[in-house]
Write a new protein. Sequence first.
Length: 119
Amino acid sequence: MSANDSVELAQACFELARATKWARKPVDTESISKLATDLADIAKGEICEPLGIDLPIITRAVRYLNNVHAIPPMDDDTGWFYDMLRVVLDIARPNTSVAAEDKEFLRDMLEGIGKSLQG
């Protein structure tokens, strides 16, 4: 784990925390920083070398969640982050095999991912 990777993850978590705590009134920077630290701790807990889950892929996942799923009402709730992070990392670095009947949904996701990559 390089220092630069840790800094990039911290920055991504800060941006995510700022997005979820956004309000039409001033928000204390200390509050955002604490949430960012909590998010980074959760994210670092997902490192799994055998699956190829390292800080760079986790940072990319955090940025994705920030851009696609983070909304202000989430505020200090980290449960959604933990759950969503695990899901997107499992899609990127599968941990188990998929039953034949579930592969059709994987194709659905692949189609959606392809459309997102085109845009």
